[in-house]
Design a protein around this ligand. Sequence first.
Ligand SMILES: NC(=O)c1ccc[n+]([C@@H]2O[C@H](COP(=O)([O-])OP(=O)(O)OC[C@H]3O[C@@H](n4cnc5c(N)ncnc54)[C@H](O)[C@@H]3O)[C@@H](O)[C@H]2O)c1
Length: 355
Amino acid sequence: MGLNSDNSFWPDKKVIITGHTGFKGSWLALWLSDLDAKVTGYALDPVTDPNLFSVLDFEKSIIDHRGDIRDLSALERVIKSAKPEIIVHMAAQPLVRESYKDPVGTYATNVMGTVNLMEAARTCDSVRVILVVTSDKCYENEEIEYGYREIDPMGGHDPYSSSKGCAELVTSAFRRSFFEEGSAVAVGSARAGNVIGGGDWAPDRIVPDAMHAFSGKETLKVRNPGAVRPWQHVLEPLSGYMTLCEKMWDQPSEFSEGWNFGPEDESVRTVEEVTIRMSDLWGDHVALEKSNGSHLHEATLLKLNITKAKEKLGWTPKWDLDTALQKTVSWYKSYYNGENMLEMSLKQIEEYRAS
Ligand SMILES: NC(=O)c1ccc[n+]([C@@H]2O[C@H](COP(=O)([O-])OP(=O)(O)OC[C@H]3O[C@@H](n4cnc5c(N)ncnc54)[C@H](O)[C@@H]3O)[C@@H](O)[C@H]2O)c1
């Protein structure tokens, strides 16, 4: 179930990924080009050094445009020349703590960037499917036990979370205003949880922080150890996005909605539990220290209800948290051992598909 099992959907499909130089964007571009889709990317230069995009050495496999999502004219030029059939919009300022430092930039990129994307897409005749990637943080967080459902209200305490709630509202308004019932163009949005996997070096995320500390034999400072998160391997939401695009292509009016792609409940764990397991998997003697400094507000309890994706898309998570952590730690170990990371990453995609 889920992804088109005989791989017949993606070959030769023209796809634009915004944010293709990022962590999730690089994995998606790799996966889609491996399935012989014609991938064009639009994004700023990678922010971190190292970064997955450069590690995978992508130049030859996709058409790589560097541009700002806040620049409507530049975006329109790329979209009009690429003539995509499918757009996956992932370009964003994705960090809560950075959003406290730069709220204006975060809203400009995440909200107006989504407006620009929708505007450029609606004036391009080739487009049939638009998928806007937001976040589990788009929901108004009530710090409650149950997982948020797609019908729950949008919200957000911090600028990042709120900007993703706003991006959802923008998507919904464009859908209702310009892609009405009967339209051949499908517009969906996807809300996923805390993604882990090889190739993320973003600051202030626990996995990159841990891998950086462990590989350099430094003490890992664990911020918000008690925070509960829905952890999932990066390939999980990406398979959800691909499944949703396939369904939207076939039946636009049925699937043009918001969708949650989270893990099963067993993977909803604290930062501390995840950190301890990562240190076990890394193996060498590593040092952990709970950080007690003053923290900016971040939600402590966040779960997603994924019943709708399971029942209507036939999508279901494949890797439990322990498998996700094993794949992640082994990816970074291979990287720090100087192995071929393109091969390693393709192998993990194959393992995911086969599981
Ligand atoms: N990583 C997670 O745990 C997670 C969880 C939920 C949702 N998301 C969402 O998934 C998407 C991808 O996240 P990621 O973790 O890969 O982030 P990332 O920082 O690795 O990648 C972000 C991408 O967006 C691009 N970008 C940023 N600002 C831009 C701008 N002004 N113009 C053009 N491109 C710009 C970057 O160049 C990069 O390609 C984001 O929309 C993020 O909000 C991520």
